[in-house]
Design a protein around this ligand. Structure first.
Ligand code: ZN
Length: 462
């Protein structure tokens, strides 16, 4: 069997054009039933070439005439360009026309222009590369696209990186320097009241030689009353105090108006507290239960470990366990003073001559002192967690752990042995935040009228 695929323009009913042939000879086999990937790629590339050429020919002809007087403009020459898209690169020659005499004495030649098209790269190619690159490594993005689509030009890993970071740069610039046009087009301000803001941070490996081994990334999530959420992320070394405050305020504005009773949950980090104090000075700050209880869990693990059981006589071990339990109970019920007294009693027992010299006691003392310092530093941010929990209010930044996981760990995690430049990580983080929030497609639609891409990868991978 032999199939010929033809295309024909519906406007002028020209002779149909052959864009490909599919041949099936021999017996029907599993591998030859239907279209193969190679055939589909060849057909798509050919279809794209014909479509782009015809569209450019049609619109170039329309630009030949002056919009004011209708005179046919003089042709200077043709300029070869390569349009890069998901369906392959298309080599075309575009017109360079002199301006019309009616507009003035001197008339410079202008290359045929298409609104919004930068460097002849299709927005959909940039969008798809950006979307994938925010999810998987740049090289994998290039490989994956090459596997399923006839994309060739503009798909080297370095180009994928450049395109993805360009998107991040545009998002960043839009946030920090909104121009008149961007402001008019910027997303509508939500009036949904914001109730919870979570801030946390994580570290990724630095790729620069002779630099510190890791740098810090701050991520945040803003929840409003009607369940919507907005993510934000930035590299601390790239975005300092004022810029970070501006970012948080802008994201709050997009997500909704902060109410009187907005609660900010953090792990008590001084930098995050400063950010909260500058952007939301009237908010209630709460030390999140997850980070607090993690320290108690570490203490418990050491105390109930083999080493401590072997080294501590039962007469000491049992009271220590009881004190630890009561410490946790008091913290849960917001009895901070009582909890701190229990910690002091715990330290006192660990200093008793019978056990003070044991290795387990030394470890426990160090951990307990750290816990005491942590609680003292955040004493004004402790609350009655039990009551909040019973009232159905948030006590832990579990939603923040998922934000850290989604924004940092899945793409930039240390376990993947990836190294980043602070600027590269910062820009990619902007794309990732938009993708996680399911807003990247809408942003592209705002940048490129007529764009119809959907954030599908976000739902699968983010
Ligand atoms: Zn004219």
């Amino acid at each position: 069997m032999k199939f010929t695929i033809l295309i024909q323009s519906g406007d002028d009913m020209t002779t149909p054009m052959v864009i490909g042939q599919i041949e099936r000879t021999g017996p029907l086999q599993a591998a030859t039933l239907g279209l193969t990937l190679a055939e589909s790629k060849r057909l798509l590339a050919e279809l794209q070439r014909e479509l782009v050429t015809a569209q450019l020919r049609y619109h170039a002809e329309a630009q030949r005439h002056c919009t004011q007087c209708g005179t046919r403009r003089t042709l200077k020459d043709y300029r070869p360009v390569r349009f890069k898209s998901l369906f392959g690169g298309v080599k075309v020659r575009v017109l360079r026309l002199y301006g019309c005499q009616c507009k003035g004495q001197y008339t410079r030649a202008h290359t045929f222009q298409i609104d919004g098209l930068v460097n002849w790269v299709s927005p959909e190619l940039v969008y798809t590369q950006g979307q994938l690159a925010a999810t998987i490594p740049y090289a994998r993005t290039a490989e994956l696209l090459e596997l399923v689509l006839p994309v060739d030009a503009g798909n080297a890993p370095s180009t994928v990186r450049r395109n993805a970071l360009t998107v991040g740069q545009r998002l960043d610039a839009e946030l920090h320097q909104p121009t008149g046009a961007d402001q008019a087009e910027s997303p509508k301000v939500n009036t949904d009241p914001v109730t919870i803001v979570g801030l946390d941070s994580g570290y990724v490996h630095d790729c620069r030689p002779r630099s510190e081994r890791a740098f810090e990334i701050v991520v945040g999530r803003i929840l409003s009353e009607n369940k919507g959420s907005r993510s934000l992320g930035f590299v601390r070394a790239v975005e300092r105090n004022r810029a970070a405050r501006h970012r948080l305020k802008q994201r709050l504005r997009e997500q909704g108006q902060p109410t009187e009773h907005v609660t900010v949950l953090t792990d008590g980090d001084a930098g995050l507290r400063c950010l909260q104090m500058s952007a939301l000075p009237n908010a209630t700050h709460i030390l999140d239960w997850y980070h607090l209880t993690r320290r108690l869990t570490v203490l418990k693990r050491v105390l109930c470990g083999k080493e401590a059981i072997n080294q501590f006589p039962t007469a000491y071990h049992n009271p220590l366990c009881k004190t630890l339990t009561s410490m946790k109970w008091r913290l849960w019920h917001g009895r901070t003073g009582g909890a701190i007294n229990r910690i002091r009693a715990f330290l006192f027992t660990l200093r008793l001559p019978t056990i003070a010299g044991k290795r387990a006691a030394v470890r426990l003392r160090r951990l307990t002192k750290e816990l005491l310092r942590y609680l003292k530093n955040n004493v004004d941010s402790l609350t009655n967690y039990g009551r909040r929990y019973r009232n159905g209010q948030r006590i832990s930044t579990a939603f923040m752990e998922s934000a850290v996981n989604q924004l940092i760990d899945k793409r930039m995690s240390k376990s993947q042995q990836m190294r980043w430049s602070p600027w590269g990580a910062h820009l990619l983080l902007q794309v990732r935040a938009e993708l996680v929030d399911g807003r990247l497609g809408a942003t592209f639609a705002r940048w490129y009228p007529g764009f119809t891409g959907q954030d599908q990868i976000a739902q699968v991978a983010a």
